[in-house]
Design a protein. Structure first.
Length: 144
């Protein structure tokens, strides 16, 4: 079973290929049940089936790719004990040409070779910007 160090190395290699390969690789590490947490908290936080978390993650980043031209994910990944810390900047341009740079931190807690928890830390103003981007694309966003 891979530990956080091995998973971090594998994710770095995947992101070196492309953000899409990296994002899909992250999703493959979700356990059967995953605790999902956001800072600040969101209504959809809680324990969910891993395949659901994977599908939601891939769909979310697919929406950014569709709605932002030149979408890219600038990612730095490191292991810290049983955690894999992913410092991410979501970047691209809106249809009106405005540049988007949204820093986000994702922390995966690894146990027995799988991510049992994913915590996403995002500044409230950045969260509001991402919500507007997704809503502009006609996707529902539940913020309670």
């Amino acid at each position: 079973m891979p530990d956080a160090q091995a998973i971090a190395a594998e994710l770095r290699a995947a992101y070196d290929e492309s953000w899409e390969v990296g994002r899909r690789r992250v999703a493959t590490y979700f356990a059967d049940q995953v605790e999902v947490r956001h800072q600040p908290p969101l209504p959809q936080d809680g324990v969910k089936p891993g395949p659901q978390v994977e599908a939601e993650s891939v769909a979310e980043f697919g929406a950014y790719k569709t709605l932002l031209t030149d979408f890219r994910e600038e990612t730095t990944i490191r292991a810290d004990g049983e955690q894999v810390r992913c410092d991410v900047v979501l970047a691209g341009r809106l249809a009106d040409g405005a540049e988007v740079r949204a820093p986000v931190q994702q922390i995966l807690t690894v146990r027995e070779g799988a991510a049992v928890k994913t915590e996403v830390i995002i500044a409230p103003d950045v969260l509001a910007q991402l919500v507007e981007i997704v809503r502009a694309g006609g996707k529902p966003v539940d913020l309670g």
